[in-house]
Design a protein around this ligand. Structure first.
Ligand SMILES: C[S@@+](CC[C@H](N)C(=O)[O-])C[C@H]1O[C@@H](n2cnc3c(N)ncnc32)[C@H](O)[C@@H]1O
Length: 394
């Protein structure tokens, strides 16, 4: 029973060397495999992390994609007390709701199917796509009245200390990467919050926000861009634009965005962070608008998944004659990252040569942002364009 045991309990575990513990923890979390009811355990030079689900070939294959070795085993874990952690609170709350809304025989199974993971956006909590959608939960909810269901969502929100509740659906594969988050409880989806000192506001039922890109927002915002003109080709609500304006101190950012819902959030963020004088929003298709910046930028940020390749040529042409930087986002299979990195630099050299640029072009860093799917990584490649001979015309 979640959160109620205090004695050590046998559970499945995955073990790795201590220095890989953080990466493995993130990996389990992203694949919803971490059993947060238990406390990770240090054993000499190894870390044992509690694993949800059975130890089978699929799980073993998933871990084999990692760049370090892991071992599957069972371990004696302690409960991740305190028992008033959100998991335990959720368990208690749902148990109470089930006491009046479900049959005794159903309860035990339903209580083992509670969400183990959620994401906070301001005062809203967003549950994963499968939350309360198992066949047994769907069957129970189909018998409940609207009022009973409303009570359930309200209780879940309260247990998780939130005022509103949403449930994620896959980000649409349309050009806008539209959020399809469903509002389960609350009047509207507008949320406001602080991310590494930068204010964000948007409607989470209409626009996506990837908390998994947290490390990348922190990294980009830590790069000094003083005196630079920056192009953000896929600005969204300002995921990177606002960090580059506020924390990197770019002199001016040209933010390109075509989704009106995202632009609403972007404009809000520009005002809230007091960077109106240093950000220009170019609404509409960047294929049409990027030529406005040809030859004018020191840096271009290309943050679109699964690929930003459609604007690579525009981005190269936006760089000033003396060169600059590109930050290229891409989803790449883990075992193809090296070849993708080399072929991307080749493609950029080809584009530059076609436009008469004689830059020295090299990749300086590859950031592994998050796992996008079991074997596919969201990566960002930093590429430097340098006019070593001063031969490019201004
Ligand atoms: C959601 S952000 C990407 C954030 C993050 N890097 C990710 O993909 O997870 C991508 C933004 O690019 C915008 N976008 C896509 N194609 C575009 C285009 N041709 N012109 C302007 N904006 C575009 C979408 O509307 C969306 O807001």
């Amino acid at each position: 029973m979640a959160g109620s045991f205090t004695q050590p309990v046998d559970a499945n575990a995955v073990l790795c060397a201590l220095e890989n513990g953080e990466v493995l923890h993130l990996f389990l979390d992203e694949h919803t495999l971490l059993d947060s009811r238990f406390r990770p355990m240090r054993e000499a030079t190894q870390l044992a992390l509690p694993l949800k689900g059975p130890l089978n070939d699929d799980i073993a294959a998933l871990f084999s994609a990692l760049p370090f070795s892991t071992e599957l085993a069972t371990r004696h874990f302690e409960s991740s007390e305190p028992s008033n952690n959100p998991h335990a609170q959720l368990h208690r709350t749902i148990k109470t709701w089930l006491d009046t809304n479900a049959d005794d025989e159903e309860k035990t199974a339903l209580l083992t199917q509670l969400p183990r993971k959620w994401e906070r956006l301001g005062d809203a909590m967003v549950l994963p796509e499968q939350a309360f959608q198992t066949p047994q939960w769907t069957h129970l909810l189909s018998r409940c009245s609207q009022q009973q269901i409303e009570m359930l969502w309200q209780s879940v929100a309260q247990a998780l200390s939130a005022n509103r509740l949403g449930r994620q659906h896959a980000v649409a594969s349309d050009m806008f990467r539209t959020s399809q988050t469903e509002l389960l409880y609350g009047d509207n989806g507008w949320v406001e919050f602080l991310d590494h000192g930068v204010r964000f506001g948007f409607d989470f039922t209409r626009v996506m926000f990837s908390s998994g890109n947290n490390t990348e927002r922190r990294r980009i915002g830590a790069i000094s861009m003083k005196g630079e003109v920056v192009v953000d080709a896929f600005a969204g609500i300002g995921y990177y634009t606002l960090h580059m304006a506020k924390r990197s101190q770019a002199e001016h950012i040209h933010a390109f965005e075509m989704n009106p819902d995202a632009i609403e959030g972007l404009q809000w963020g520009i005002r809230a962070n007091d960077v109106e004088q240093r950000v220009t929003v170019h609404s509409g298709d960047n294929q049409r608008n990027l030529p406005l910046l040809y030859g004018k930028a020191d840096r271009c940020h290309l943050g679109l998944l699964p690929s930003s390749e459609a604007v690579w040529e525009h981005a190269v042409r936006c760089l000033k004659a003396h060169g600059g930087w590109l930050h290229i986002h891409m989803n790449v299979r883990e075992n193809e990252i090296d070849t993708w990195q080399a072929s991307t630099v080749d493609t950029l050299k080809h584009i530059a040569a076609e436009h008469g640029r004689t830059w020295n072009i090299s990749s300086t860093h590859l950031e592994r942002v998050k796992w996008y799917s079991p074997r596919v990584r969201h990566v960002v490649l930093d590429v430097h364009f340098e006019d070593i001979h001063g031969m490019n015309d201004v």
